[in-house]
Design a protein around this ligand. Structure first.
Ligand SMILES: [Zn+2]
Length: 148
């Protein structure tokens, strides 16, 4: 095809593309076929666009699941933080949408990221860049150890 930016002919090329993740920031997705132009612009077909979305989702789930267990609270504990009943929690549309409060599943039970629950309580939006979460926890623990 012809590039709409510069008018040169594009070439089908397989390689890495950069994708944006709310949780992880910019991530590199390998093995994506796209129509690439010398000017740097590229176009994706549906299959490769879906491949990128799946890759990003898998890495987000992996990042959440790899956080230390004590960063997570049960649904009952999450309700205590929010001052809600379990039913209110279940019925809340923002929670239902799945991406407001991050969670990991362990033996069929959902565990919610404590920091995300607290952020949700304070701002109604519990999403943040997850890579900074582990660092903040580590820093807090170091601080607590110094004070004692
Ligand atoms: Zn071009």
């Amino acid at each position: 095809m012809i590039c709409s930016e510069c008018g040169k002919r594009t070439k089908k090329t397989k390689g890495s593309v950069q994708a944006q993740s709310l949780l992880l920031g910019e991530i590199t997705v390998p093995g994506i076929t796209r129509d690439l132009c010398k000017c740097g612009k590229y176009w994706l077909d549906m299959d490769n666009a879906r491949k990128i979305a799946e890759y990003v989702t898998a890495h987000e789930v992996g990042a959440i699941s790899s956080l230390p267990v004590d960063n997570f609270v049960s649904r009952k504990q999450a309700c205590d933080v929010l001052g809600w009943t379990v039913q209110e929690f279940r019925k809340n549309q923002r929670v239902k949408n799945g991406f407001i409060i991050f969670y990991a599943t362990l033996q069929g039970e959902r565990y919610y990221l404590r920091e995300s629950v607290e952020m949700f309580r304070d701002t109604k939006d519990g999403r943040f860049n997850i890579l900074t979460c582990g660092q903040r926890v580590t820093r807090l623990q170091v601080l607590a150890a110094t004070i004692q």
